[in-house]
Design a protein around this ligand. Structure first.
Ligand code: PLP
Length: 414
């Protein structure tokens, strides 16, 4: 009899974003002709940069000729892309060793897979609210323990991240082994500045912990005191892996490409206390479990670093950030308590009259035909909040804000 990995049964059957779709579909059946606007969407909507498209055409042509055909990629990625990544880090003053870069098919895979090379008994720390995959991956890997009445897992340390902390995660008061940090944070759009991030690095050095630093939104950082990479902080190479993706930087959500850095200095420990470089374990994992990312996609990623590619991706980021500013300003002028939207495409705001996230979600949907993401899907502390994003089109963003403003003026109760 084949046994199931029952840890998988402990995560919700429906992924949180599918629950939103379920409710939207129910609304659509009742209101088939209404034009819904999605302001909650975490996916990008603008087409790929032209430079990227041209690079893919060229790469596909190469694949069609015997002389230039490519088979398996090197498991860690092609040098032509890794060299560009190295140069990009150098522009931040961060020197990385070529061997430490691992090209992947997007950030989500590595966020989940990192658990495979870490001991089962590690205590994991996760901000609440945060990107739900950190908690789900912890549950599925069997590290979360038992679920308590307050819907929190017994072996997970939840880092307070509330209005009292300005939605900046608080350092743990106890010893934890693995910390997931998302900076800029999804969903709150808030950021840890260099001084704040230094405290996390110092904590990790002191406790021999590691930080899984998710920099999915680093391209949106607009403030000089906010780091784009955790390696801008002294000592970080000893304690942090950094995961990045082209998804939100250059519209790669459908293409799939990113990379993770495993510094040589980063050690984990055996039960006997012997040091093991984490990169050594990751090398074994990827050489056994993956066959790399496609040549065409890696050429597409390389194109982002050309002069035109940089300009086009910068335009994309600015487009979404203009939407984010419009949302932030409008919500603020209507009197909402608003976070994020400055170095992040995410805007996080308090629901009116302390409504639950789902109640306000339905109000927005049924009265304004606008979809936001209920804060509760990102953790219990997210209840009573809503996430909007700058990822819709400009027209839809403006239209959604008009509808919300009109609703606000009519009811005077938002
Ligand atoms: N990390 C965060 C914080 C995200 O918000 C997302 C996607 O929304 C991801 C990772 C996943 O990115 P990718 O498309 O590279 O898998």
């Amino acid at each position: 009899m084949a046994l199931a990995n029952e840890n998988y049964l402990k995560t919700p059957e429906i992924y949180c974003f599918d629950e939103i779709e379920k409710r939207v579909n129910a609304y659509k059946i009742l209101h088939p002709s209404s034009k819904i606007i999605r302001l909650g969407v975490g996916d990008v909507t603008r087409p790929l940069p032209n430079e990227v498209v041209q690079a893919m055409h060229k790469a596909i042509d190469e694949m069609s000729r015997a002389e230039t055909f490519r088979g398996y990629s090197p498991p860690k990625g092609y040098d032509f892309l890794i060299d560009k990544i190295l140069k990009d880090y150098r522009s931040l003053g961060v020197m990385l060793d070529k061997e430490t870069i691992f090209v992947n098919d997007g950030a989500k895979s590595d966020i989940g897979n990192i658990g495979h090379i870490l001991g089962r008994d590690n205590i994991i720390a996760i901000a609440d609210p945060v990107y739900p995959v950190y908690e789900n991956a912890t549950i599925m890997s069997g590290r979360a323990g038992m679920i308590n009445d307050d819907q929190k897992w017994s072996n997970v340390v939840y880092l307070r991240c509330t209005a009292e902390t300005d939605f900046i995660p608080e350092l743990p008061t106890e010893k934890v082994d693995v910390i997931y940090l998302c900076n800029p944070n999804n969903p709150t759009g808030t950021v840890l500045n260099k001084t704040e991030l230094k405290r996390w690095v110092d904590y990790a050095i002191e406790h021999q912990s590691i930080i899984v630093y998710d920099g999915a939104y680093q391209a949106y950082v607009n403030e000089a005191n906010v780091p784009r990479s955790i390696y801008e902080i002294k000592g970080a190479k000893k304690v942090a892996i950094e995961i990045r993706t082209y998804s939100k930087t250059a519209g790669f959500t459908g293409l799939r490409c990113g990379y993770t850095i495993f510094p040589q200095e980063l050690m984990v420990y055996t039960k006997l206390g012997d040091e093991v470089p984490l990169i050594k374990l990751w090398n074994r994992r990827i050489t056994n479990y993956t066959n790399g990312v496609s040549y065409v996609v890696q050429r597409a990623a390389e194109a982002i670093y050309s002069r035109n590619g940089k300009n086009e991706t910068q335009d994309l980021v600015e487009y979404y950030m203009t939407n984010a500013s419009l949302i932030r300003n409008e919500l603020q002028s209507l009197g909402f308590e608003v976070y994020g939207g400055i170095s992040s495409p995410y805007i996080w705001f308090k629901t009116p009259d302390n409504q639950s996230s789902w109640k306000f979600f339905h109000q927005l949907l049924y009265e304004n035909h606008v979809i936001g993401t209920p804060g509760i899907v990102f953790g219990n502390s997210g209840d009573g909040y809503m996430r909007f994003t700058g990822f819709s089109s400009r027209e839809d963003t403006i239209e959604a804000l008009n509808r919300i403003r009109k609703g606000f003026i009519n009811t005077k109760e938002y």
